[in-house]
Design a protein around this ligand. Sequence first.
Ligand code: GLN
Length: 475
Amino acid sequence: KAAIKVTSIIKPLNAYISITNETAKKHAESSDSRQKDCSLLGKLDGIPIAIKDNYCTRSHPTTCASKMLSSFIPTYDATVYQNLKNVGAVLIGKTNLDEFAMGSGTIDSYYGPTKNLWNSDVFKKYYSCNSQAKEHIQQNTDAHSWHIAGGSSGGSAVAVATGSCYAAIGSDTGGSTRNPASYCGLVGLKPTYGLVSRYGLIPLVNSMDVPGILTRNIDDAVLILNNVAGPDGFDSTCFQKKYIPFDIPDTIDISNFRIGIPKEYKEKNLSLEVQECWDEVSQYLREGGASLSTVSLPHTNYSIMCYTVLNRCDVASNLACYDGMEYGHRSDEWSSVHNLYRKTRSEGFGKIVKERILVGNYFLLEENYEEYYVKAMKIRRLISDDFNTVWNNNIDLLLTPTTLTGAPKYNDFISMDNQTQCSVQDYCTQPANMAGIPAVNVPIKLSKNGLPLSLQLMGPPLKEKELLTVAKWIE
Ligand code: GLN
C-alpha cells in the first residue's frame, strides 16, 4: 500500500506508465499470508518492484511507450518477471521509456517525458511532500527547467530513486540501464549477454539487448541478479549452464585486482567534474592496493557509428510485424490492405521510430547490404576483440566514465537531434553491448550543482562477481 501511495505522489515525475493497483494488492496480501510460515517465504516476498514497459506482463498492458501498443495486453509473462514473481516480489507498476527503447533520455515517449528527481530544488521540496511541494514540482516541470532522467530506462531509474520500489528492471542495448542510473545516482547493472533471459522483452537489437537491474546499492543488485539469472528454455541465446548465486562480503580486499583505464574514453566532451571523479576513484583504488594501468581499446570511436547501422537494421526488421492485423493499433482505413498497413504504421509510430525504420530499410537494400550491414558486423568484431586483447593482457576490469556529464537540462537535451543525443550519451556505454560483456554504473558523488556523478566498471563475460565486488568496494 505504501509503495502504491508513493507512486501516486511522484506522478508529476512521470516514472510510471501504469500501476498495477489491484494485482499488487492481491500479491501483497498473499505474501502476508505466507509470513506466518517462514518455509513458504520467497527470497523477495512482498518486496515491491517495477518493470520497464517493454516487458510482457500477462493481463497487464505493455505499451513500449508507443501508441502502436497502447492497448496491447500480453497473454504471457516475460521470464524476468516470472522469476521475480516466483520468489514473491510484487510488481507495482510498469515504467516509462523512450518509444520501443529508442533513445537515451526518456523524452520520446507517447506518454510524455520522465523527469529526473535530482533537480536540486524539486528534490529538496519533494521530501517535504506537502501540497506546496507538489505545486512546486508541477511548476518546475512545466517550465522545462528540469533535468532529464536519462534513458531509455528513465522511468525505472526514477521509480527506484524516489523510493517507490526496491528495485526496477530496465533493458540495455547501448546503455539504457547504465545511463539513467548514472543521471539518477543509482547502481545500474548490465549483465553478460545471455545470463538473463530476454524472453518477453520486446526486442530492439536482439544480439545486444540485455535485461538491466536498477537498485540503490550493489548488494540489492546482487540479490535481484541472483533471482533473475539462469537458463531459460524460451530463450535460445541464454547460457545453458546452471547459474550459481553469489554474495559479496562486507570486507573486501582489492589488492589482487588489475584495473585498466582505457585512454579512448577520455572523450573531448568529457566534463571536468567527471574527469576529476575518474581521477579520484583511480587514486582511491591505487591506495586500496589495486594495480592500475592505462590501456587501449583502439576501435572505441567506431562503436556508435557501427551501432547506428546495426540498430536501424534490427529496428526495420523487428518492427515490421506491427501492421494493424494481429495486435496493436489498427487504423480505421479500410480502402485497401496496403492503405491499412500504411495508415496504421504512420499513426502508430512516433517520429524517431519511423526515421529508424526508413534508414534501416535503406541499409538492408540488396545494393547496400554489404556496404553497411556486413561492414558494421566486421567492425563489431574488432570492438569486441579490443576487449579480449585487454583481458588477455591480464587486466581484470576496466574503469571509465558512464556518461560524459551530469544529467543535462531538458531544454539543452532536446536542442540536439536523436542521433546526436545518442552519440554523446552512449559513447562510454555502447561498446560493452557490442562485446556482450557485463558493466555496471557506480554512483560516486554529487556535482557542484547537486547532480549525481558516476563511473562505469566493465569486466570479461560472466565475471559479474568480480565486477560487483570492486563496485561494492568503491561504493
Ligand atoms: N541510445 C541507444 C538507442 O537509442 C540505446 C538505447 C538502449 O540501450 N535501449 O538505440
